[in-house]
Design a binder for this molecule. Sequence first.
Ligand code: VG1
Ligand code: CO
Length: 548
Amino acid sequence: MTFKDFQTFKTAPIDGQKPGTSGLRKKVAVFSEPGYLETYTQAIFNAIEPAGKTFVLGGDGRFFNGEAIVTILRMAAANGVAKIILGQNGILSTPAVSHLIRKRGADGGFILSASHNPGGPNGDFGLKYNTANGGPAPEAITDEIVACAEAISEYKIGGDLSEVLPTLGDLGSYMFSGMEIEIIDPVEDYAALMEELFDFDAIRTMIDGGFTLRFDAMHAVTGPYAVEILERRLGATKGSVVNAVPLVDFGGGHPDPNPVWAKELFDHMHGPEAPDFGAASDGDGDRNMIVGKDIYVAPSDSLAVLAANAHLAPGYARGIAGVARSMPTSTASDRVAEKMGIEAFQTPTGWKFFSNLLDAGRATLCGEESAGTGSDHVREKDGLWAVLLWLNILAVRGESVADILMDHWQTYGRDYYSRHDYEALDTESANHLMTELKSKLTALPGLTAAGMTVKNAEDFAYTDPIDGSVATGQGIILTYEGGARAMLRLSGTGTEGATLRVYLEQYANTSEPLSRNVQEALSDVIAATSAVAGIQGILKRTEPDVIS
Ligand code: VG1
Ligand code: CO
């Protein structure tokens, strides 16, 4: 094929294309409208000047992944891209893309995923652009992409890829219209990186000694990664990885690893057959849930425990430089940082805000309450990485998950924590609630509701300590007298109406009871926050849809 075979087409009008917390997410029906994916892809290309550059490409295998890969390959060729490093069959987990960009010195990457959102023909699809450091594009670039999406009127696309590549399943290098496509094993480089960071011998010895585990891949992208690493390389019994086969609709499930959506694993870990360790990951492999026998580790606690113990793994034996957490994540990790004498950061929600801190070597570990934990080994959160760090710590300490968590609370105190989600709200009332709350922030300090007195009320804005960029309107923080916090923000990843997230936190020091029921321990802050924000009055909801 020659260059003249490339054609330009009129773009489809794309409405509401602004990327949210993590890339652009829409219903499959929207993404697959003629010209929609093409328009957004061309907008990215127009924003990043792709000619002569190398990109990594892959997705979580959800419905429309294959078609989208082919479209992006044809468009990359037409836009003069020099090379695409493609996961076999178009599959790569999000952390694996991040690692490949860094390892190969690529100029960026495209991740096809709507992460934890359901898939299938009626589910969601998404596209995220990551930059050369391996991290999600910062706001300056996503703003540029949006501007390009509004301004363009045509897109460039190459000819029939199937003449060169009838399938995307054969490893090797191929030339397509002057662009190289290198098809690689999606697992190999990632597994090798994990072997560098963790003491696989110690974990293997622990497993040989009778330690049992179950990993729920939720029919999403981590299946092949977990089978290779946990079963083949670490010797976990065959079948320890359940729901290991990735399916385009995730088996009809909601690939979000929390006690609600990973209930099967959660119940198993609380039943008579519970193994020593349970874990799950999400659609694109960047989230993790950690459960011990009869004990769930809240993600905010997990970050704190990992920070306090990371030095037990070879990759972090020199210690960690700092810990960063997103604003609604509990302050448990701050306490660890303080004791260790290292920096603690509070960033807005979304992994992109950690990138600069990781690049600058100011933070080594990062985490979000939404089951995201990671480190400076890549620039995304990383589900299996968190699982392996936990396993490494368990192997070195020789204690149970429950013992390690209890010991942590007895050392630092406990941050009782929960997130209440109000889903599928009409956008107007959700916005109204936030606007009302913002309008009365200055009047809140001193106000008492449900026996709790508001100490401080803040509309969270973040100034990046490295490049000075400012992100405003990142959610409301209510601080109460006595160490409780509540955070409220609207989700930026949903595709239906609006979701209000209410994050609730109550600190108990070491002399207080540390094993209370979480919702009970939080009941005052729940009631107070509900009253202060007018949740029932404005949303006409009495209960959240999801409690995690
Ligand atoms: C949610 C989480 C946030 C996470 C984001 C992407 O965003 O709350 O912590 O970074 O999803 O995660 P929101 O705006 O819906 O609250 V993933 O695993 O979906 O890439
Ligand atoms: Co994800």
